[in-house]
Structures are given as C-alpha cells and as structure tokens.
Design a protein around this ligand. Structure first.
Ligand code: NAD
Length: 258
C-alpha cells in the first residue's frame, strides 16, 4: 500500500459515488483530503476527510478554496477532478435534440470545472503534485449522449496539455476512463443501458467505486512518479476491443450454436 502521509488532496464531487470512495481510500493511506461538492456527504466522513461546499463551475468558489487551503496547509499536492454530471438521456441526449442549455451545462461542469481546478490549485502545488481527471469511456469513442461524450473527450485533451505545461514544475497529470460504474449517477439508468454495457465487457460485470479508487491512489503516490499524460481505462476491458467483440461473439455463435 502506498504512503500518502502529509499529502493534501482535493477530491471534487466526493460527497458520494466514486469520489467518496476515492476520498476514503486516499485518507486511509495517510492523505489529508478535502471533499469539495455541491451536496452534503450522505454519511459521516472518516478521519482526515474534510468537507467544503463548492461548485466546480464557480471561479469564486475555486479562489475561496485556494485561499483556505493556503492558509491551512500552505501547499496542495493533489487534485482529483471527479465531479461530473450526465445530462439528459433518451432523445434529449442525442446530437439532433440536445438543447444548448444542456450542452453548455455538461461542458461547464465536466470540462470547465476541471480547467478551473487545474488553473487555481496547480498554483499551490509548489512542491510538485499530481492531478487526476476522471473522464469516461464516453471520451474514447462515439458514445451515446453527445454533450457528455464531447465534455469527456475535451477533458482528455485538457489533461494532455496540462501534463505538458505543468510537468516542468513536477506536477503529473493523468486521466482515468471509467466504464459503467454502479453509483448514484446511475440510479435512474434503464436496464437496457446496463445490458448494452455488459455486452461490451469481457470481464463480465459492471464496475464499482472500489475498482477506480485504487488507481486514483496509485496516481497520487510516488509509485507512479514517472507516469504523466496518459489515459487509463478502468472498464473491465470494454474499450480494448474497440467494439469488435460483436464479431468474436458472432463467430462463437456460428461455431458453437447460440
Ligand atoms: P455521482 O453522481 O454519484 O457523483 C458525482 C458527484 O459530483 C456528486 O456528489 C455531485 O454532487 C457532484 N457534482 C455534480 N456537479 C457538481 C458541481 N457543479 N460542483 C461540485 N460537485 C458536483 O457520479 P459518479 O459515478 O460517482 O461520477 C464520478 C465521475 O465519474 C463523474 O465525472 C462521471 O462523469 C464519471 N464517470 C461515471 C461513470 C459511471 O458509470 N458512474 C462512468 C464513467 C465516468
């Protein structure tokens, strides 16, 4: 297990879901974690995890957070840009039907919120640091929901640029691409959407926050000291076959029968 003692790490959207698990695992490994979210945590936070009400789309909130972190800790080591929204589904998520409001909101939270976090908190990473951006497999292909997909593709681009610009200051920037993860974000998800995901996953199950959090902890640790500018899918193998699994499955059926 890595040692994150003394590292101050901000996790956006850490009140629930993947961010919550990430905050708990980082704290368990010794980090001082600040969860920054628009909602209150659903359960009491463990030791070494503090909560701040914070909207990632607000430059004022980022500046206020940075001032508070500077006066309390002096420097920050890590930022996990985890907060995200999915926007409308069904036809309303499609390119032909998505509203400009929906489109703008998705980009504002999922991409601009991360940009603001990187710009504001990297100034406090005076002793080097690590930034992890939570994109999605939606940022690796032509995923359903135009605004969500574009926001997650844009985040990958932002990560690469940040990794190039911040590297000389000893700040690493990497991206995680989770596949379908069972969290409150998916509470209203219809079964056919889940089944379609499952049909893509060679490892045969959907993901859990516990599948993603250890990868975040690794990227916050010195064990990943020479890793920057990469995208790491955590998806049970879903995007590794770039959709070609349907051909393999068809061949299996033809050979063995249904
Ligand atoms: P979730 O909805 O359970 O958690 C998201 C958190 O972000 C919530 O606590 C929410 O309050 C917070 N948030 C939303 N808007 C915010 C804002 N403006 N400011 C601050 N906090 C805000 O979802 P999750 O599944 O835990 O998602 C975490 C990340 O993983 C998101 O970026 C999401 O897009 C991404 N992701 C999720 C899945 C999945 O299947 N669940 C798959 C791929 C990627």
């Amino acid at each position: 297990m890595s040692n994150l003692n003394g590292r101050v790490i901000v996790v956006t959207g850490g009140a629930r879901g993947q961010g919550r698990e990430e905050a708990e695992q980082l704290a368990a490994q010794g980090a001082s974690v600040v969860v920054a979210d628009v909602i209150e945590p659903e359960h009491e936070l463990p030791d070494r995890v503090a909560f701040r009400r914070h909207d990632v789309t607000s430059p004022d909130d980022w500046n206020t957070l940075a001032e508070a972190l500077k006066s309390e800790y002096g420097a920050v080591f890590g930022l996990v840009n985890n907060a995200g929204i999915v926007g409308s589904r069904g036809r309303a998520g499609r390119l032909e039907d998505i509203t400009l409001d929906d489109w703008n909101r998705l980009l504002q939270v999922n991409t601009t919120g991360c940009f603001l976090g990187i710009q504001t908190l990297s100034r406090l990473m005076t002793g080097g640091g690590s930034i992890v951006n939570i994109s999605s497999i939606a940022g690796a292909g032509a995923h359903f929901s135009a605004g969500y997909g574009v926001s997650k593709w844009a985040l990958r681009g932002l990560s690469r640029i940040a990794s190039m610009e911040l590297g000389p200051r000893g700040i690493r920037v990497n991206t995680i691409l989770p596949g379908y993860i069972h969290t409150p974000m998916q509470n209203q998800t219809p079964q056919h959407f889940i089944d379609a995901h499952l049909s893509l996953i060679p490892l045969g199950r959907i993901g859990a926050p516990k599948d993603v959090a250890p990868v975040v902890a690794f990227l916050m640790s010195d064990e990943s000291a020479w890793i920057s500018g990469v995208d790491i899918p955590v998806d049970g193998g879903a995007i590794g076959h770039v959709g070609l699994r349907v051909i393999s499955d068809a061949m299996t059926v033809a050979t063995n029968g249904a």
